[in-house]
Ligand binder design. Sequence first.
Ligand SMILES: NC(=O)C1=CN([C@@H]2O[C@H](COP(=O)(O)OP(=O)(O)OC[C@H]3O[C@@H](n4cnc5c(N)ncnc54)[C@H](OP(=O)(O)O)[C@@H]3O)[C@@H](O)[C@H]2O)C=CC1
Ligand SMILES: N[C@@H](CC=O)C(=O)O
Length: 363
Amino acid sequence: MVNVGIIGVGLVGSELINQLTAQISRRSLPLPLKIVALANSKVQLLSNTNYDAIDLDGWKKRLISHGVSTDLSAFTTYLAKSPDVAVVVDNTSNQDVVDFYPEFIKAGLHIVTPNKKAFSGDLGFYKKIVDLAREKKVLIYHESTVGAGLPVINTLKDLVGTGDEIVKIEGIFSGTLSYLFNSFSPTEETAGDTKTFSDIVRIAKENGYTEPDPRDDLNGVDVARKVVILGRLAGIDLSLDTLPVENMVPEPLRAVASADEFLTKLPDCDDHFDQLKKAAQNNNKVLRYVGAVDPVNGKSSVSLLSLSTSHPFASLKGSDNIIAFTTKRFPNPLIIQGAGAGAAVTAFGIFSDLIKIAERTSS
Ligand SMILES: NC(=O)C1=CN([C@@H]2O[C@H](COP(=O)(O)OP(=O)(O)OC[C@H]3O[C@@H](n4cnc5c(N)ncnc54)[C@H](OP(=O)(O)O)[C@@H]3O)[C@@H](O)[C@H]2O)C=CC1
Ligand SMILES: N[C@@H](CC=O)C(=O)O
């Protein structure tokens, strides 16, 4: 049995609970998992001292009516006393929760998360949690940090772990920006499609592709985090401070106070993006936002490129990501492609990490 504590029950966290509940009610889980703790930024709900599963019917109301103030120390202590294997799932994008990872690990709690911050932030912190996890024999799985549920991290770990040499990892790593440019700058003009850049950003947010604050997509930081995560797994000490990243947020909107204000003002910049699109079109090209991990030449980067319409990255659909691993064993790249954002596929990645932990800790 694996006892699960979930921190963050927003878009992705709620979908994870839905997927878990559905599999539990179908009795289709490969190994038993149960949710014994839930938290959002304000309140948390811990089950009893028998670690019975929280009744997930109407959990949102119960979290509010029976929850007590969120206290990550109490959350950790509760899970650490569990007689079974215990896992913390961090479904936030919050740095304070990340700062708590060393405490989770010291308490013997495994971690599953789609939150990119621990793996792309301060390099010393990243190395500290990796070393601590090894020492404490704690598993940290974060498949959904790159490509949502696509098997990107697992594939890279397998390539590196079996001694392959990474020559380059290149791709479209953002579901939001894939959707945005596939719609705004298509390979063939869609007759009658007159959506503006700002309209498409709004739809991407409504579809659940964007970060909680969509500026983190448009300024390139979300893709930069993914490039840093993959680079570190490939053995290079990338850092957000030194990676060249093309920020697409127009200068006048960089200082606005809130995400809402940013979205309200974005239509003012539609002409700017129209000009970029037309300049590409005049050369028979399309705009695509591309990330590259380049261990050989030391030229990792994140940039908006004009690509020929025959380029494999030009013909993606919807919110698809494409990740191409060029390695010594795969000189013709090993390619992973599919939906790279949205609650359903992200929760799938988290859920499958949970199942892997259940399998790897079952005796
Ligand atoms: N959307 C996607 O396609 C993908 C998302 N991700 C990642 O998934 C994560 C979650 O995204 P999403 O569900 O959209 O985010 P939401 O903003 O919808 O939800 C975040 C949740 O975290 C809670 N939270 C925030 N701070 C704290 C805190 N200090 N302590 C406890 N709980 C806290 C929030 O609580 P409250 O409601 O009280 O504020 C909320 O429940 C992010 O890291 C994102 O980058 C990764 C891959 C794909
Ligand atoms: N905002 C991100 C979500 C997944 O990481 C994206 O659009 O890819």
